[in-house]
Design a protein around this ligand. Structure first.
Ligand code: UD1
Length: 420
């Protein structure tokens, strides 16, 4: 396993290019199961998570190869309906093969993904959705077993206790593309990744309207065909670099970012005194002398993303006062508190909130990454801390940030990788 060693305090300058979106790529890859024709995907980030999905698709029967930066997904003849535990347990996103397998083959057997450090993460909404489309679902021996000769369109409400589900919406939308008649998803997730997926499905011949809003309408079609599609930039990676620039008081250029997808972040940054200059594809953060404290609560899109909560917490350790962070999407997503405190932050947890006393100088220490976005927060803190920070279990980082060390080194950071 690798660890990352950072010498903090180096000025960051130059420019960084944002990669394709991980969370858009995963369901788009799953959607390739809906056709036997060839699919070409561009701007796919080379990450542990995308590689896991590629391995899963290969195990299900697809032939997949890279041609320079293009990913080509071809049919090898027969697709298996079984996604086994070994594959699904390493990445929760694998659950989104359920909808495509079921609607294309009439059956699917997908391992239950299990929990993870950021919370329990149930799949009841996925199951409710496919049942509404007429599937018979059994949970047996740790697997979701679903059957339906042909799914039938229906109106389905997909809101849960914590709001809509992103991958739940993705699964039902994909299942509905080949169902008989019209499906309406109410309380659909509005995340840009759902829009990306719907746009891709429409390129394949699906008939989807309303993506990006809470009501998605899908007219089922008989067959989907091949497509050539470019994945959008990763808004969470983009937001992470914006927060890093704010934290390091650096005005490096962030390229290939769609800042219009980060309105909630922009709103908060304006309040903390950080000005951001953005045009269509580029962003520059103006270094702020004083960072004001500002409390936030995470919500589904277009609210403040839970996937930027840890990184925002890192920024708030530098604010000149107290801020409170609440995560309504994953209320227990606070594993990074203890590790940020090891770097000198003053953060405590009170029931569902993190209370950050900002303004304490951070200093390097050995820390352990607990999950993907928490790792990013630790890297950000390490880059501004005095002295040496050693981050263990960085494989979390490699799940979601393409070439992160190369990108940071190019900005002037002192960061290296070692085997543990
Ligand atoms: C996706 C993202 C993840 C992000 C999350 C929330 C991918 C690969 N992952 O995960 O990075 O943090 O959205 O923006 O795109 N829930 C239920 N029942 C369900 C499903 C979910 O109650 O059947 C709850 C969850 O526990 C959570 C909330 O709904 O409280 C949102 O989860 P969901 O949107 O489903 O997250 P994912 O799609 O798994």
């Amino acid at each position: 396993m690798d660890k990352i060693i950072i010498e903090g305090g180096k000025p960051l300058k130059g420019e960084v290019k944002i990669s394709g979106s991980k969370n858009a790529t995963l369901p788009v890859l799953a959607a390739t199961l809906l056709t036997d024709e060839t699919i070409i995907l561009r701007n796919v980030p080379k990450l542990v998570d995308t590689n896991t999905m590629i391995k899963l698709l290969k195990a299900l029967g697809k032939d997949i190869e890279w041609d320079k930066d293009k990913l080509i997904i071809m049919s090898s003849g027969k697709i298996s309906p079984v996604a086994d535990y070994k594959m699904v347990s390493t990445m929760r996103g694998s659950i989104c093969v359920l909808g495509p397998l079921l609607t294309k083959l009439g059956e699917a057997k997908v391992s239950l993904p299990g929990g993870c450090v950021i919370g329990v993460r149930p799949v009841d909404l996925h199951i409710k959705g496919i049942e509404a489309l007429g599937a018979k679902v059994d949970i047996e021996a740790g697997y979701i077993s679903a059957k339906a000769k042909r799914l039938k369109g229906a109106r389905v409400y997909l809101g849960g206790a914590s709001g809509p589900s992103v991958l739940g919406t993705a699964n039902i939308m994909m299942a509905a593309t080949l169902a008989d008649g019209e499906t309406i998803i109410e309380c659909a997730a509005c995340e840009p990744e759902i829009e990306d997926l719907a746009n891709f499905l429409n390129e394949m011949g699906a008939r989807i309207k309303g993506q990006g809003g809470p009501r998605i309408v899908i007219q089922g079609v008989k067959k989907l065909h091949g497509a050539d599609y470019k994945i959008s930039p990763d808004r969470i990676e983009g937001g992470t670099f914006v927060l890093l620039a704010a934290m390091a008081r650096s005005n490096f250029l962030i390229r290939d970012i769609d800042y219009s997808q980060l309105m909630a972040l922009d709103d908060v940054l304006a309040k903390v005194g950080v000005q951001v200059e953005a045009d269509k594809h580029c962003v520059r953060v103006k270094p702020a002398r004083i960072i004001k404290p500002m409390s936030i609560t995470t919500y589904p899109y277009p609210g403040f993303p839970t996937d930027l909560q840890a990184q925002y917490m890192a920024l708030m350790t530098m604010a000149n006062g107290v801020s409170v962070i609440r995560d309504t999407v994953f209320p227990d997503r606070f594993m990074h508190i203890a590790e940020l405190n090891r770097l000198g932050a003053h953060i405590r947890r009170e029931s569902g909130s993190a209370i950050i006393e900002g303004g304490k100088e951070l200093s390097g220490a050995p820390v352990t990454a607990s999950d993907l976005r928490a790792s990013a927060a630790l890297v950000m803190a390490g880059l501004v801390a005095k002295g040496k920070t050693e981050i263990r279990r960085v494989y979390h980082l490699d799940r979601g940030y393409e070439n992160i060390d190369k990108k940071l080194i190019a900005l002037g950071a002192s960061i290296r990788r070692e085997k543990e």
